[in-house]
Design a protein around this ligand. Sequence first.
Ligand code: S3P
Length: 170
Amino acid sequence: MKKVYLIGFMGSGKSAIGKRLGTLLNLPFYDMDTEISNRTGMTIPQIFETYGEEGFRDMETEFLRDFQDEFCIIATGGGVAMREENRKIMRRTGLVFYLNSTFRDIWRRISTDVNRPIVQRSSRHELESLFRKRKPLYLQSAHFKVETTNRSLNEITQYIASQIIRLRNE
Ligand code: S3P
């Protein structure tokens, strides 16, 4: 089995599901934002402030290029699927699951978050436009589209795990 990447907009549950998936499948779990924060010793807002968004995007690509662990679960940042190189790396080195949510659910989860610079600097309308703009790129990156609306974190985790096990046994 290869790496498992979870992609999707901010607040779609990538980290919460990734953690559960790691436990269920007994695989290490990595959250890209946390890894980048640890490498730099800075929070995500500090990285945006110091190096700009492009600087942060370069760190994401560097992480994907360099990351060695073969069998693991990776929760990506919501912007990772925007770069072609990132999409290629993920599809080549792993299985990519897109967590599809409605903007309504997303907004409910992220609107008051102070640790996401993109949320801090955008209006609801701007975020919704970004959500629409990104969706085709998530779909282009993904091997699987996973519906999250009206499903619990455990149900979603079970579903993804069953797909991984099915492919592993093929
Ligand atoms: C971002 C999403 C964040 C984080 C950064 C930028 C984005 O990750 O990487 O704030 O551009 O969508 P989450 O999707 O885990 O919130």
